[in-house]
Design a protein around this ligand. Structure first.
Ligand SMILES: *Cc1c(COP(=O)(O)O)cnc(C)c1O
Length: 218
């Protein structure tokens, strides 16, 4: 099936209120443009350089979400291009984002990345540390916490990811209930090609899909 057909099929099957992020790492700008022409309104990028290249072609025809691991020395470029950063997991990174946004008069919506499987080597904040981190981040002037994101562990079976998605949704509801000043959680970004149906059942309203749109990565 073509990129256009894949996008149409996914969009027609997503429940109302669930938005699609086309995860575009390694794809040519032309392929991303085809997805945008077919109705993708949010492009997710993991790498700044790739994003800059695609942005030159696609520009404001899509909104741009950063979904990779953001290094501090790339923040200046990231805040200039992206409309949302989904992977904030430390006060240090948040502080840098706020500082760089202040320099260009922007307020960045961010998601806090949750290490829902508590894997030592992985990015993201442990669930039990998330509320405190968000309370600290919410004091920064030029960024706004608008939700949570999780990857979950790499497991063959999407059903095996369900407990991690469920835990992240529980955390989302819990933090929402704290009514922290300046925090309004709206987005829960969970699920990829193999797991997005399970993630939606568990409460995701942003799904990040690459392979099912563009085919296997080369
Ligand atoms: C690559 C990637 C995806 C999409 O993965 P697929 O399995 O190709 O759908 C989603 N989220 C993140 C953070 C990614 O890096």
């Amino acid at each position: 099936m073509s990129i256009r057909e894949n996008v149409s099929q996914i969009l027609s099957e997503l429940p109302p209120g669930v938005a699609l992020v086309a995860a575009a790492k390694t794809r040519e700008a032309g392929e991303i443009l085809e997805a945008v022409a077919a109705g993708v309104s949010i492009v997710g990028e993991n790498y700044i350089q790739e994003a800059e290249r695609a942005y030159q072609i696609i520009g404001k025809r899509a909104r741009w979400h950063f979904i990779g691991h953001l290094q501090k020395n790339k923040v200046k470029k990231a805040v200039a291009l992206f409309d949302m950063i989904e992977t904030v997991d430390s006060l240090e990174l948040a502080g840098e984002i706020s500082k760089r946004c202040a320099q260009i008069g922007k307020t960045m919506p961010v998601l806090i990345e949750i290490n829902s499987a508590r894997e030592g080597q992985k990015w993201g904040v442990f669930p039990e540390d998330a509320a405190e981190l968000i309370a600290e981040i919410s004091k920064l002037p030029n960024l706004e916490v608008v939700g949570l994101m999780t990857m979950g562990p790499f497991l063959g079976d999407p059903e095996a990811l369900r407990p991690y998605f469920r835990e992240t949704k529980r955390l989302f509801d819990e933090i929402k209930g704290l009514k922290l000043a300046g925090v309004s959680l709206k987005y829960l970004s969970m699920g990829m090609t193999d797991s997005y149906q399970v993630a939606i059942e568990e409460g995701a309203n942003l799904v990040r899909i690459g392979t099912k749109i563009f085919g296997e990565r080369r």
